[in-house]
Design a protein around this ligand. Structure first.
Ligand SMILES: [Zn+2]
Length: 310
């Protein structure tokens, strides 16, 4: 049982024993009154996490993986949105980009089309193999701890950081994996998001539930915030500090209060923790029709056509 906050080391944690939205098993979550980080109480070991992400997390962990066209199309559109966010703040051409937890490699491929020297790592063999075979991109079967060089101008983690234990250690590792003057782009579910269903946010794999305040705090020793976008998911672009700071910066009292109120106001905790959120109607008819039409196309052809359409 973890009794201290993984971010600020406080013992002022308010614990809720609740149920996993997916498995319905009991899951203990707490809110830290000193930094507002929401975190799981029992953080798995690094070894357990490695096994989980190599084998269990992605449903298909064999060496063959074939996502449907619907998935590829959505991943492609999301990748283009992320590139758009990135390019409005960073000069992208010829930059070396490393995507941590690259999944099926859609972002790595799109970034390459955009002129970046992009590569990725992904612990799951089926996904990393798929990336190489379908898109011809460099995605190694590996985890962040396997990264040994610091050749990246930009490192990206999309819906990965909330799965990682020891956020401060992860930030330190990221700092050493990025070139001087380089950038870190993190996207996570936004715990303060007002109007979304938490159905997909809350489950055992997510060890932490970040807000713009707690994510900035987690990075503060090693990175400065360049840009925050928190409509929907939380996107934060960071720039590597010239020198790491001695300590993390603290989350301000008014920010903690705001977070707590937002969570209470929305009945967010209860909604989350009882796992009763209903999935919003997800598909628009138009999209379904388009997806049917492209059903026979290869993943690469889907991404190519999306790229051209933008
Ligand atoms: Zn804390």
């Amino acid at each position: 049982m973890t009794s201290t906050c993984q971010l600020c080391n406080s013992t002022n944690l308010h614990t809720h024993l609740q149920n996993d939205a997916k498995s319905k098993l009991p899951l203990s979550i707490s809110f830290c009154s000193d930094c507002s980080l929401i975190q799981q109480q029992e953080i798995p070991s690094d070894e357990d996490l490695k096994i989980y992400y190599s084998h269990n997390y992605r449903q298909d962990y064999k060496s063959t993986y074939s996502p449907n066209t619907k998935y590829v199309r959505r991943a492609g559109m999301t990748a283009l949105d992320r590139i758009k966010f990135l390019e409005s703040h960073v000069q992208l051409s010829n930059q070396v980009l490393l995507d941590i937890g690259a999944g099926g490699g859609e972002f790595v491929y799109m970034a390459q089309k955009k002129g970046l020297q992009s590569k990725g790592i992904e612990p799951n063999l089926g996904y990393s193999t798929f990336s190489k075979e379908q898109y011809g991109v460099e995605v190694k079967t590996a985890m962040l701890s396997d990264v040994q060089d610091s050749s990246a101008d930009i490192v990206t983690l999309f819906h990965v950081f909330e799965h990682m234990a020891k956020p401060l250690d992860v930030m330190k590792k990221l700092y050493s994996s990025i070139k001087d003057g380089g950038y870190l782009f993190i996207e996570v579910p936004n715990i303060l998001q007002a109007d979304a269903s938490p159905h997909n946010i809350y489950f055992k794999a997510h060890l932490f539930y970040y807000s713009k305040f707690t994510l900035a705090c987690a990075a503060s020793q090693y990175f400065d915030v360049v840009k925050v976008e928190d409509k929907g998911n939380l996107k934060v672009l960071f720039k590597k500090k010239a020198q790491p700071s001695e300590n993390i910066s603290s989350v301000q009292a008014d920010e903690i209060e705001f977070s707590q109120n937002r969570i209470k106001q929305k009945g967010w905790l209860e909604y989350l923790f009882n796992g009763k959120g209903l999935l919003k109607p997800f598909l628009r008819i138009e999209r379904v029709v388009t997806e049917l039409l492209i059903n026979q196309t290869s993943p690469k052809a889907i991404l190519d056509s999306l790229y051209t359409a933008r």
